[in-house]
Design a protein around this ligand. Sequence first.
Ligand code: ATP
Ligand code: MG
Length: 326
Amino acid sequence: MKRILTGDRPTGKLHLGHYVGSLKQRAELQDQFDTLILIADVQALTTHFLNPQLINSSIYEVTMDNLSIGLDPEKVTFVQQSQVPSIAELTIFYSMLVTCNQLSHNPTIKTEAKNYGYTEMTYGFLGYPVSQTADITFCNANLVPVGEDQLPHIELSRKIVRKFNDLYGTEIIEPDAKVSNVGRLCGLDGNSKMGKSLGNAIYLCDPPEVVTQKVRNAVTDTNRISVKIPGNPDVCNVFTYHKIFNTEEAPNICSMCKNASLGCVACKKLLADKLNSILSPMREKRSYYENHKDVVKELIQEGTRRANQIGNENLALIKDKMHVSL
Ligand code: ATP
Ligand code: MG
């Protein structure tokens, strides 16, 4: 079975953007691939090093989010990054093959640094794509499902692996990226991205009335000042959501909006109901794990043990080829 490595930074609960950007795809692929879900707590430190408590509690939240969307604990392996020393070792070896320029010119690093308001970058933040390369390759993953923003990183990972293999004669697998077909989910506030630090996220564990309220506050076609005026679905965020989450009803909603037979309030109600029907089984699954945190902890620990076996074996081979073992 080929292997997938994917995962999340435990910096808070996961939202609909994560769901369409990667979680949904993982659930669909879990039967075909040996799937490792990395709870990237070291990577979380690169931006949240001042808040280790948040990272600690989010390890549980993010794992429960993954379980709630239908990842089968019998099939997938949850891995806590900080507890896998082979990832850290590999990061150091790879760091010799990457120049500071390569990292500082990386478009995603630049955007993220700007979003976080960094005037200067720490060594750890600048180097996170290197550590991500170690995340992917410590277990020789073949495929990495990612959001489009992560593509420059996977490209760099492939470069590093090629160079490393050429130099040391190792046979580390060059990973392929698999981008979700939805791309980036915009925020209902009109922002071009739903993000937890943007304050516009609908969380997978939000209760129904919270989802309904968030949808009610959504920005629609701003030119449509009255129900009687026809709307323009092409410029309406709510309609974008209908296209993504309510595919069956979307064409009908589109025409009703255009001929002014459906107002924004009713249209939002349809969306909120649809989102709640998608989220309802997730909430149910999640509530089981919320009441059984010990089960969640055991899953992470057991998965991490497996990851360590795989990583230690691979790293022994790599060190041998590098002549760093005596
Ligand atoms: P923050 O606001 O703290 O940066 P975030 O909500 O952007 O948090 P991240 O942990 O930075 O979440 O996102 C991890 C990955 O999830 C991203 O690299 C991206 O691939 C995917 N992702 C996040 N938000 C969205 C979104 N709105 N649409 C599609 N994919 C997303
Ligand atoms: Mg982000």
